[in-house]
Design a protein around this ligand. Structure first.
Ligand SMILES: *Cc1c(COP(=O)(O)O)cnc(C)c1O
Length: 356
């Protein structure tokens, strides 16, 4: 592939001074990566350009038929000032699995890594310094055919944008309230549940709003067929500690295969801790909540790393988990994973990719 063309911005923005009020995904760096694809030419014109609005034809496929996939990962600044990534190849590999499911083109993982590193080097001063902060990285791909017919995508564009983000837990880790949804479903086997695509979020919005109205921060989804087996939380996978054992729903085709989920399982198993992947019915979960064997529950994903669940609502009844305090295992996983991600501890797994 051609070298990346570089167009430096003439209007660099003021970098945020107060890293305490960064929040998540609200401000963006000076540049973005863009590469185009067509059926005839393959990938062409990789370039880093000033961050700015997109111009789209009103008939563009993405706007009508949901031809969109995305990824989410972070760059972390170590105490010595250097920058590192956590398993970024996994994100580019998953982007390609999502692409295959959605009829979008695959982008070579090495090219994705090359583009990401070049963009990060250019905007590296945007990686924040404060404890718990990071630079959130959002690659995404859209179909851009200028044609309303329903058809396979013939033109696509892949972008990477960067957003300095604040600590997910500025006030310490507080357990969240989760509502088990038994009406809407997020995904079914054979559908797009295991692809990271915007459409899954579109389908999830109504239940999310309903949960929020009742004072719950997120939805816990059940399987789309029997509405009986636990799948995952809004934008996180879910794990439980039941009677001393860590369990998480098996990847049955409708669950997003999280890289945080995979990393936690690998970390636990490396320590000789048994972690089960299997189907977990909501009846089993509620039974465990009632008899006190549901010791801990936590969501896991790139944004939060882990998010302890303190309350579960199901069919009008609320269950308190672990006294609504962060559990021992949840805390341990959080401490060990974040120590590797921010470079406070050596990485025995080969997960870290330094930006050099
Ligand atoms: C991205 C995502 C996750 C978490 O994946 P990570 O790779 O751990 O960040 C879980 N569920 C859904 C629906 C997601 O979109």
């Amino acid at each position: 592939m051609a070298d990346i063309r570089l167009e430096i911005t003439k209007n660099p923005k003021q970098k945020p001074v107060d890293e305490g009020s960064l929040g998540f995904g609200k401000i963006f760096t000076d540049h973005m990566f863009r590469v185009s694809w067509s059926k005839e030419r393959g990938w062409y014109d990789p370039e880093i350009i000033p961050f700015g609005d997109l111009t789209l034809h009103p008939a563009a496929t993405v706007l009508h038929y949901g031809a969109e996939i995305f990824e989410g990962m972070k760059a972390y600044r170590k105490a010595d000032g250097s920058i590192q990534l956590f398993r970024p190849e996994e994100n580019f590999k998953r982007l390609n699995r999502s692409a295959a499911r959605m009829g979008l083109p695959e982008y070579p993982v090495e090219e994705g890594m090359k583009a990401l590193k070049a963009l990060l080097k250019l905007d590296e001063d945007w990686v924040p310094h404060n404890e718990g902060t990071s630079l959130y990285i959002r690659p995404f791909m859209i179909g851009v055919d200028e044609f309303l017919g329903v058809h396979g995508v013939g033109h696509a564009v892949l972008y990477i944008i960067l957003s300095p983000s604040g600590s997910y837990y500025p006030e310490g880790i507080n357990p969240v309230k989760i509502m088990i949804e038994d009406e809407d479903v997020r995904a079914v086997r054979g559908g797009t549940g295991e692809a990271k695509c915007g459409g899954n979020y579109g389908a999830s919005t109504r239940a999310g709003i309903r949960a929020e109205e009742r004072g719950y921060s997120q939805v816990l989804w059940l399987d789309g067929v029997e509405r009986r087996y636990i799948e995952e939380v809004g934008a996180m996978n879910i794990m439980f500690k039941i009677a001393g054992k860590v369990v998480t729903p098996a990847l049955t085709g409708s669950i997003l295969p999280g890289i945080t989920r995979k990393s936690i399982l690998e970390m636990l198993r490396a320590q000789g801790i048994d972690a089960e992947e299997r189907r977990i019915s909501v009846d089993e979960l509620i039974q465990a909540a009632e008899d006190g064997t549901l010791e801990e529950a936590w969501g896991c994903g790139t944004a939060a790393v882990v998010s302890p669940v303190g309350w579960l609502m199901y069919q009008g009844k609320e269950y308190v988990i672990g006294g609504a305090a962060i559990g021992e295992t949840t805390q341990k996983i959080y401490d060990e994973l974040t120590a590797i991600q921010w470079g406070k501890k050596p990485d025995p797994f080969g997960w870290i990719v330094p930006l050099d």
